[in-house]
Design a protein around this ligand. Structure first.
Ligand code: ZN
Length: 402
C-alpha cells in the first residue's frame, strides 16, 4: 500500500491507511504520489489503469479493468447552448454507466487488500450499482443499504449483481455517519462517497482529459455536485498534475447543483467556508435524483476547490435540466441522466452572466447514462415525433415519393 492520507484543511497526516476522516472532521485523501512522472511513463494499458503509478493500488482483476478510458468528444453542436467551445467527457461509457466506477475500481480492491472480505455502501443509485458490480467481479460479498421506498427499477439494477440488500426504514439520510461506525466496528468496509480510495479513482478523469487534449489545455471544467466527492477527486487530480509539473495553471472548476437541494451553492454565494445542512423543508423534489445531497460530506472541500481555481457554483431548476438533457440528445447525440445534464445547464447560465467567453475550451462531464432513467424526458416529444401508418399505405406513399 502507498502514501499516507492527509487533510486538505488542516494538513494533518495519518499513517492509518483505512482512516476516512481527519480529527478536525474533514474527509481525508491520499497525498500526491512522490514520483517523477510524465505521460510517457504511463503503461500501455486501456482505461484508468494507465495511471496506475499515481494510484494507491496495483491494477486489480475483475470489472475494475474496464473502468475509465472514456472518450473526450469535441461536440460543437453544444457550443451555442453552452456559450463556449464544448468538449464532452462521456462518463456514461463506464461499466455500470457512471463515473462511480472509477471510484469503485480503486476502493473495492483497496478494501479487500486491507483485509475486509465484505464491502458495502449506502446508496440506492449509481454508487450502489457500481459497488455491487465491482465486489461480485472479485468474488466478494457486498452489502447495499437502500431506503425503504426504493423504486423497483433501481432495486433491479442493484440486485442483478446479487449483493445482500437491506431496505432501511427511518432517516436514511442519517445513515452516513452510522456507516462509518459500522466500518470501524465490523470486518466490513462501507465505501461512502468521500472514501479516500474512491477519491483517488476519480482523479483519473482529469488525467485522461489532460492527456487527450495535450498540448492544448481546458480553460474550465463543469460537473454536477452533490456530496462533493467527485469535485474533490477532480481537484486532487489537478493538484497532482501541477505537483508533477504536467500543468501550470489550474482550469476554473464549475460545479452545478439542482436548485431542489443546493447547500454548496448557498455557501458559495454567502462566502461561507462550508455548507450548512439543509432541513427537509428547505429541499424539494427533482428529476435529478442522483444529486441533491442536503448535507454534503465533502462540501467544504468542494468549495475550496472552486475558490482555489477561480470557478463558481450555480444551481439550476428542473426546467433548465430538461432543456439541457434535450440539448445533449438533439445537439450532441448523448443520452444523459438528468443529474448529468446539469453542467450544460450551468454553463448556459454562466455564459449568459459573462463568466465564460465563447472562445474558451470547456470540458463538460456528463456523469451518468440516461439509459437507466426512464420517464424523466419530455413526453410531448415522443408524441410530436411519432405518426401512425398502415404498412401498404406507407409503402405506397414512400414509393410515390420516389
Ligand atoms: Zn483536518
Amino acid at each position: 500500500m502507498s502514501a499516507p492520507v492527509v487533510c486538505f484543511r488542516c494538513g494533518d497526516r495519518y499513517d492509518d491507511e483505512t482512516r476516512v476522516r481527519c480529527a478536525c472532521g474533514e474527509p481525508l485523501w491520499f497525498d500526491t504520489p512522490r514520483t517523477e512522472f510524465t505521460w510517457e511513463d504511463c503503461p500501455d494499458i486501456e482505461g484508468m489503469w494507465r495511471y496506475e503509478p499515481l494510484l494507491p493500488i496495483d491494477r486489480p482483476e475483475g470489472v475494475a479493468r474496464a473502468a475509465g478510458g472514456t472518450p473526450l468528444v469535441r461536440s460543437s453542436g453544444l457550443d451555442d447552448a453552452a456559450g463556449c467551445r464544448v468538449y464532452v467527457k462521456d462518463e456514461s461509457e463506464n461499466p455500470t454507466g457512471a463515473y462511480k466506477d472509477r471510484g469503485s475500481a480503486v476502493a473495492v480492491p483497496y478494501a479487500i487488500e486491507a483485509g475486509n472480505d465484505v464491502v458495502g455502501t449506502i446508496s440506492y443509485g449509481n454508487m450502489g450499482i457500481s459497488t455491487a458490480a465491482h465486489a461480485t467481479s472479485l468474488d466478494r460479498e457486498c452489502l447495499v443499504l437502500v431506503p425503504e421506498e426504493i423504486p423497483s427499477g433501481r432495486l433491479e439494477l442493484i440486485a442483478q449483481y446479487e449483493p445482500t440488500i437491506v431496505q432501511v426504514s427511518g432517516d436514511y439520510g442519517a445513515l452516513y455517519s452510522d456507516g462509518l461506525s459500522l466500518s470501524e466496528s465490523l470486518p466490513i468496509s462501507i465505501l461512502v462517497s468521500d472514501d479516500p480510495a474512491r477519491i483517488s479513482g476519480y482523479k483519473t478523469v482529469v488525467f485522461e482529459i489532460y492527456e487527450s487534449l495535450a498540448p492544448e489545455t481546458p480553460d474550465a471544467l463543469a460537473l454536477p455536485a452533490s456530496s462533493g466527492g467527485f469535485a474533490s477527486g477532480v481537484w486532487r487530480g489537478l493538484c497532482d498534475l501541477k505537483a508533477l509539473g504536467l500543468l501550470e495553471e489550474l482550469p476554473r472548476l464549475y460545479l452545478v447543483q439542482t436548485a431542489a437541494a443546493d447547500p454548496i451553492t448557498r455557501a458559495f454565494e454567502s462566502g461561507a467556508a462550508e455548507p450548512t445542512a439543509l432541513s427537509p423543508d428547505e429541499t424539494g423534489e427533482t428529476i435529478a435524483h442522483s444529486i441533491g445531497n442536503p448535507d454534503p460530506p465533502s462540501g467544504a472541500r468542494a468549495l475550496a476547490a472552486v475558490r482555489d481555481t477561480g470557478g463558481a457554483v450555480v444551481s439550476v431548476s428542473d426546467a433548465e435540466i430538461r432543456t439541457a438533457k434535450r440539448q445533449f440528445a438533439v445537439d450532441g447525440g448523448f443520452c444523459v441522466e438528468p443529474a448529468a445534464a446539469t453542467p450544460l445547464a450551468g454553463l448556459t447560465r454562466l455564459s449568459e452572466r459573462g463568466e465564460i467567453a465563447s472562445d474558451e475550451r470547456v470540458v463538460v462531464v456528463p456523469t451518468g447514462t440516461g439509459f437507466k432513467e426512464l420517464g424523466v424526458g419530455d413526453v410531448s416529444i415522443s408524441t410530436e415525433r411519432t405518426s401512425r401508418a398502415d404498412l401498404p399505405e406507407l409503402l405506397e406513399s414512400l414509393l410515390d415519393v420516389n
